[in-house]
Write a protein that binds this ligand. Sequence first.
Ligand code: ZN
Length: 154
Amino acid sequence: MMKMKQLVVLAALLCVCDGVTFGQLCSGNVGNSKRTTDSWGSGSYGASRGNRLHQGLDIVCNDGSVVYAPLDVTLDRKVIVYNNPAKAAIDQGIQLSSGNLCFKLFYVRPDRTTGTVRKGERLGVMLPMQSVYPGITSHVHVQMCDKSDPTPYF
Ligand code: ZN
């Protein structure tokens, strides 16, 4: 039999380990599969992008798919990803917050940019990434506002 004090400590540890997990982000990708490596690079956090590092994590999402809120979220603002006319077709995203978490989804055309959306409900639509990066594994880029690693949430 564990003593009460040990149980309390164990419960506290479980709460730390049992962190926030993002729900399904994209229709057609039930398990939030990550982009691995394609001809354009790797979707992992910290992957090389020439002279810089990839600051987010890429979740597979076919062009035109519906994008869902992965948590109960507040819509903070619209995001401009590149501000580059050559990439206008995919140059949108949304910044979201949920509790203490703040994160951005790139390459998504949001339905709205204010208010709240419940986990699993529609946020918007995946933009036509193939038109800008032919042959890439189309994906939503998930980036934490503090640039920390989003991988533990998946
Ligand atoms: Zn990315």
